[in-house]
Design a protein around this ligand. Sequence first.
Ligand SMILES: [Zn+2]
Length: 414
Amino acid sequence: MKATILSITIFLFSFTAFTQNNKKAIFVIVDGIPADLIEKLETPNLDAIAKVGGYTRAHVGGEKGTYSQSPTISAVGYNHLLTGVWTNKHNVWDNDIKDPNYHYWTIFRFLKQEYPQKKAAVFSSWLDNRTKLVGEGLSQTGKLQLDYHFDGLELDTVNYPHDKDANYMHRIDEAVVDNAAEYIRTESPDLSWVYLEYTDDMGHKYGDGPEFYRAIGLMDKQMGRLWEAIQYRERTFKENWVIYITTDHGRDSATGRNHGGQSTRERGTWIVTNAKGLNDYFKTGNPGVVDIMPSIAKFMNVHIPKDQLMEVDGIPLTGRLSAIAPVATIENGKLKLSWKALDKKGNAKIWVANTNNFKTDGSKDEYKLMATVPVSKQSAIIDLKNTTSDFYKIYIEMPENSLVRWVVKEAAQQ
Ligand SMILES: [Zn+2]
């Protein structure tokens, strides 16, 4: 009897270990493609991936008109995906990437902290993605090391001379995709980021029209090559892969050449994924680019420590959610909160802090538990009588997920 129990235990243990090591994630940013064009143009490869999981419209730019509003600019958008937070936290405001706030960890750092043996890779048509955003080797990221990278080709003007039609950028994207597909087939990295630039170059140069549309068609073929490599791994090695493909911003509606502002088309993005168990929030909630990081973390069993989770703006796109869409305002010394309940069981614990130590130096904020109300109530009013502050951080802790919001008085700079 004992022997049987022992062998069952060993079997279960190795089965768990197998399913853990078996999970692989890849996220792809294809630059500057508005949702209306993805929907209008033929994209058979994206369609094939979405058929397994789903397609949704999504957004960048934070919450418009609030403290989290973020420029619809490339590096800003990439860092939303990497960190799961908006610009008011990660502090990347443009493509210069002057002073990222590395207290907000990237998915790579969370992965390597918990599973140092897992392999991480970046395949990118822009060097700064690895050296500045992921921050490989920097003291501020704890000298985070990836296991592999393929990037920097834009600096190689001998093999990729910079022609005025930016065809060199397409050739770089091709090299990046080929390298990623080959590396996936042979090495099977656990977490990969693929970044491609050519579509944005064509958007800037030509705006809406055949040249830009052609670039989107080429991108779709590239996604097909990544998808084939993933399917090869799944078939041959019984691995369990998830892919998230998205863009970093839309474009202006007048010409399609520009971006950076807060118009609906500039903020309007999309997500294609093969993920299983996509929730109603993915399907109908207009999710944000910040939701991809916690979705990948959930899939890979990366556990974000509570002090850091209390900062993450995104929520998972798969599985159960207690609630979404929090709104927080202060009126006459009272904090008014509301949310939309999706799974009404259990309680919402409402924690409030009026410090911002995490942003300043990465240390703990002093949260106080101010109220516990049923999730199903979808609102709470909290008397802030003994605290007068221009700034509050709110963390709503629920059975299936948590929500975070700040309340910032207009004059206060946080
Ligand atoms: Zn961009």
